[in-house]
Design a protein around this ligand. Structure first.
Ligand SMILES: CC(C)(COP(=O)(O)OP(=O)(O)OC[C@H]1O[C@@H](n2cnc3c(N)ncnc32)[C@H](O)[C@@H]1OP(=O)(O)O)[C@@H](O)C(=O)NCCC(=O)NCCS
Length: 203
């Protein structure tokens, strides 16, 4: 029942931004997943480079790390958008809310197909979410992201999007049998009042 109440609170809106890729202005859309996206997801969501630092396995069955539409629809309590370029699903970005005393904060996650790395796409997507999510979710005061200590690319994305690096959580989780140190980043609603302007100018 709680899930249904919360899901109805999520909007199905798409958000757009544009950035220059290889000298051309390119539109990036953050939109709900469609059944037809499965094929695109299958191309990249099983690549070791992509899944190496992801915890997306938590949502999907063992031995099949591709994200199926039906599984996506079944993920409870998560705001999930496909990162789409020319209507091709090249990545995802998600925000998972918390409940009760923890409802002031939510967790950000994302991944992108390897061949699109290094073009500023996820930074642009994170900036859009950071810019809009606090007004979509009025109770939200803190958007946080926990990144593997070795995942320098993801840490850089968050820095570029205005998140504050708060510190290292030592041996915070176990991934593929290995304890991992995680870096905690956060962006507050009060930070967005300042960084909102920068986000709009830079994108
Ligand atoms: C992390 C990830 C989302 C970044 O997406 P992206 O669109 O390539 O990111 P951007 O191009 O916006 O920015 C990447 C930045 O990291 C930097 N970077 C990448 N690898 C780096 C490394 N090994 N060391 C230091 N900086 C690195 C890039 O140079 C760039 O910074 P710059 O613009 O200052 O040069 C993408 O690599 C990915 O999907 N990784 C696998 C999934 C994942 O790790 N998800 C996050 C889990 S917390």
């Amino acid at each position: 029942m709680l899930n249904l109440v919360f899901l109805s609170f999520f909007s199905e809106k798409s958000w757009k931004t544009s950035l220059e890729i290889d000298g051309e202005s390119t539109e990036i859309t953050l939109r709900p997943m469609e059944k037809s996206d499965e094929e695109d997801f299958n191309e990249w969501s099983t690549e070791y480079k992509v899944t190496r630092f992801c915890t997306v396995e938590a949502y999907i069955p063992k031995n099949d790390h591709s994200l199926k539409y039906s599984q996506y629809r079944a993920i409870p309590n998560i705001w999930f958008r496909v990162i789409s370029m020319n209507n091709k699903a090249i990545g995802f970005i998600s925000v998972s809310p918390n409940f009760g005393l923890d409802e002031c904060r939510a967790d950000l996650a994302y991944a992108l197909a390897y061949k699109y790395w290094g073009k500023g796409i996820v930074t642009a997507a994170v900036k859009v979410v950071a810019c809009k999510i606090f007004s979509e979710w009025p109770h939200l005061q803190r958007l946080e992201a926990m990144v593997d200590m070795e995942n320098k690319g993801s840490q850089r994305v968050l820095e570029k999007a205005g998140f504050l690096k708060e510190g290292v959580l030592r041996k915070y989780l176990v991934k593929r049998g290995m304890p991992r140190d995680m870096v905690m980043f956060s962006l507050l609603d009060t930070d967005v009042g300042v960084s909102n302007k920068q986000v709009e100018l830079k994108i």
